[in-house]
Ligand binder design. Sequence first.
Ligand code: ADP
Length: 467
Amino acid sequence: MQIKSKTLIAGAIFTLIALTTMQGYLIFNTYDLRKNSFAVESRMTIGSIVQNPYVDSISWAYRTEFVDKIPEYRKGQINKEALIQTLKNAANESNKGFLDYFKEGAEHFGLHENVLFKRSASLILFTYENGEKETILAENEDPDLFLLGTDFPVDEGYLINAWNWSFDKGFTNASGNLETVVITYRASLYMKIIDWDSIMLKKLLLLLFVAFLLFVFIITLVSYSIRNLLKIKRISEIKTDFINNITHELKTPLATLSIATKTLTNKYAKDDKTISDEAIATINRQNKRLQNLIDQVVDNSLGYNHINLHLEPVLLSEFIDEVCDDFSLTLPQRIQLLRVIEPSDTPILIDKFFISTAIINVLNNAVKFEGTVLKVELKTIKAYSVITISDNGIGISKKNKKLIFDKFYRLSEKNKHDYKGLGLGLYYCSQIIKAHHGIIDVESKEKQGSTFFLKIPTNHGKENLTG
Ligand code: ADP
C-alpha cells in the first residue's frame, strides 16, 4: 500500500507537470502563431493602403525633384549632401499629406494603431556614360534615407517590401555636351509594431484566462485526490494498528483465563479449595479486565454529540483537588504530582464524571509517557477556566501534535510497542471538552515534556444555573 500510494502520488505529480508543460508549450505556440498572423495581416493591410496611384504620384514627385537637381550636382554647383537634402526636403513636404492619407486608409482597412509604417531609400547609385559608378547612398553602410510615414530605426522594424528603380537623366554638362546618368534607386517599406506583447496579451486574454482556470482546476483536483489518498491510507493504517493493539490487549487476559480454567478442571485443584478459589478469583479479575477493555472501546469511541452530560454546579478548584487526591493514591512513590490551584469563587456547570475521566486520561498518559514530575494547574483566563496538566515525559513531535486528538491515533511506529494503548484516550478527552463547549490544546517539546490545556468556558451552562 505504501509503495503503491507513493507511486500514485509521484505519477499524479508527474502528469500534472507534464500537462502544465504541454499547456505552456501550446500557449506559447499559439502566441507565436497569432503574432505571425498579426504581422502578416498588418503587412497586407499596409500593402492595401500604400499600393495606390496617389502614393505613387507622391513618390514620383519627390524623385523627379531629386533627379532634376542632378545636372547642378554634375556641374559642381551643389555637393552630394545638398543633392541628398533635396530628396529629403521634397519627401518631407509630401509627407504631411501622406500621413493624413495613411491615417484615413488605416482606419478604413482596420490597421492596428500600434503599427507604424515608413518608406525609405536605401541605395542611390549613379552610373555615368564612361561606365564609372558613384554611390550617393550606400546600402548597409549609410543610414537609410527616410522618405514617408513615421521614422524609426530600421532594426526595430520589419522589411515589408523593397524594389529597385532605374531611370536615365539626360542633360547638357558644363562643357556643353549631352550627358546621360543612369540612376539606380532602391526603395524599402518597413513596418514597426509598438508594444507587440501587450497587443498579443489582449488578443489571448480569454485563452490565457481559460488556461489559468483549467490549471487551477487540475491543481485542485490533483491535490484533493492526493489528500484523499493519504487520508484513506492513514485510515487503513490506523485500522490495522487498532486491530493489532486490541488483539495484543486481548491476548494476555485470554491466556490467563485459559490457564485458570485448566487449573479448575484439574483433578488436584478440585480437591484443593485454596487453588480453586484462587483460579476463580483470577477468572473474575480477567473477566473484569476484558469487560473494561470492551467498555473502553465502546465508551471512548463516542463522539461529543453522543455524550450525555449530567451537569451540576461545581467549584472547579475543590473538584480538581479531589481528583488529584484520588489520582495521587494510585501513583508510585517515584512520581511527583504538583498542584497550583487558584480558588474558584463561582461554580460552573460541568459533568463531574466526564471531566474527571478527561483529567485522569491526560494524567495517565503523562505517567505512561515517562513523566516523573506532573503538575496540575487551575487558572481563569479571560472567559475560560483553564486546567493545565504538564509532565516532563518523552514529549510529542511537531508533526504528531496535530494528530494526537484523532480517533485511534497512536505514537510513531518505532516505540509503539513500548507504550500500550488503543489511541482513544485523547480523542475521548477532546470529545468530552467539546461537549462542554471547551477547547483542548497541547504544547510540547520532544524529550522535554508536554503540557495539555483543558479550557472550559466559565459561563458554560450559566443560563441553566440562573434559570
Ligand atoms: P494511547 O495513549 O492509547 O496511545 P491517546 O489518545 O491517549 O492514545 O494518545 C495518543 C498519542 O498521543 C499517544 O500514542 C502518544 O503518542 C501521544 N501522547 C499523549 N499524551 C502524551 C504525553 N503526555 N507525552 C507524550 N506523548 C503523549
